[in-house]
Ligand binder design. Structure first.
Ligand SMILES: NC(=O)c1ccc[n+]([C@@H]2O[C@H](COP(=O)([O-])OP(=O)(O)OC[C@H]3O[C@@H](n4cnc5c(N)ncnc54)[C@H](O)[C@@H]3O)[C@@H](O)[C@H]2O)c1
Length: 356
């Protein structure tokens, strides 16, 4: 097979540890270029993975005859970078969240449609065989969707606290940590100013999954958020109502850790059965109304799960794969999260913007 010509924008923690090694060791992809405004970071990862071209500006990628570009940059930069590439007719895999506003998310979906190229989102768990089975079961076997209960707990509170320290240090004129190794975490990326916080960073994973698995948009949200003294949200809890029926509860905290355990779990309850999905364990079960239970686990992948999105995307760009994390369901997740944060701030029920 001829390899897809792929570039990576953002030579930071996630790319350096996952997307770049995944693509570099995949016959279906040829890594053509790395782009990062911090040239030393881009040069370092290019050397590590034999990438021929290093650029510091996305514009410099446009003449390279690319099939696709992986974008793993701070949340508030996704819209501008992905939009530019889509307008140039290049397929894009953008990391989660697709964008930080609904208007920007809808705009990217439209631009991808106009250009006729795929827009995929880096929701890692949607790329597993188990998640495809979960989607089929929820849409085909459990009858009418009644309720969804979703939880995504993680240990991100410390990252958000470090993000504020990094912002404060920058405000006081300290040098940014540009000399940090590419594969280290760069907490400043997750500050409130860059669209950090638990909802955009973590709850987005489970909301993206719910929108994709159910094929539904959220119509209305009532939410509460605790910032734990920080500028961004750390604990989120929301009650949601879906368009076309069904309600649910979504929670996400950054306060999970060794003592209280992380959990990424969704329960889809229908009139004829339920599906329990353990996203972290990549396992799921369909319980039918007749009392029988079927395990939906799709089997072990031969590479780390975090390496799947870049490879599947490379295949997608040359027509060898389908898109398990399409821009449209990711945009539905963004719309829900925007409404969740507005609801928490205003203490009102919020109607979610409908996607066109
Ligand atoms: N799918 C997952 O499970 C997962 C996990 C971690 C991070 N992520 C996502 O990956 C993305 C990157 O996160 P990270 O932790 O690697 O951040 P990072 O700060 O380590 O890396 C981001 C890189 O982008 C570069 N950059 C900033 N602005 C740019 C621009 N305009 N053009 C090109 N490059 C630019 C920065 O210099 C930096 O090197 C975020 O969207 C994050 O949410 C996804």
């Amino acid at each position: 097979m001829s390899p897809a010509r792929i570039a990576v924008v953002g030579a930071g923690w996630w790319s350096a540890n996952h997307h770049l090694p995944s693509l570099a060791q995949y016959d279906g992809a040829a890594l053509v270029a790395v782009c990062d405004p911090v040239r030393e970071r881009a040069e370092e990862v290019a050397t590590d993975h034999d990438v021929p071209e290093v650029v510091t500006d996305v514009e410099d990628l446009l003449g390279l005859r690319l099939d696709g570009v992986v974008v793993a940059t701070p949340h508030d930069t996704h819209h501008a970078i992905a939009g530019r590439l889509l307008d140039a007719g290049i397929a894009v895999l953008v990391e989660k969240p697709l964008t930080t506003t609904t208007a920007d998310a809808v705009d990217l979906v439209r631009r991808a449609e106009r250009a006729g190229v795929p827009l995929a989102v880096g929701y890692t768990d949607q790329y597993t065989a188990t998640s495809a089975l979960v989607r089929n079961a929820v849409q085909g076997e459990i009858g009418e969707l009644v309720q969804v209960m979703a939880e995504f707990s993680s240990s991100t509170a410390g990252l958000f606290a470090q993000a504020e320290d990094a912002e404060q240090a920058a405000g006081e004129g300290a040098e940014p940590a540009e000399d940090a190794e590419p594969e280290d975490q760069h907490p400043g990326t997750y500050s409130a100013d860059h669209g950090g916080g638990q909802a955009h960073t973590q709850l987005t994973h489970v909301m993206g999954m719910v929108c994709w698995v159910t094929g539904r948009e959220v119509a209305e949200v009532a939410a509460m958020v605790d910032q734990r003294g920080l500028e961004a949200d750390v604990d989120d809890a929301a009650v949601i109502r879906f368009l076309h029926g069904g309600a649910g509860v979504v929670t996400s905290t950054g306060m999970a850790g060794e003592a209280n355990g992380e959990r990424h779990h969704v329960r889809y309850l229908g009139t004829r059965g339920t599906v329990d999905q353990d996203m972290l364990g990549d396992r799921a079960w369909l319980r039918r109304g007749d009392g029988s239970t079927v395990e939906l686990t799709g089997g072990q992948e031969d590479v780390p799960r975090t390496w799947l999105p870049a490879r599947r995307f490379a295949d997608l760009t040359v027509g060898r794969a389908t898109n398990p994390a399409p821009g449209r369901s990711a945009a539905a997740a963004v719309a829900c999260i925007e409404a969740l944060l507005t609801s928490a701030e205003t203490r009102q029920f919020v109607t979610v913007s409908r996607l066109p």
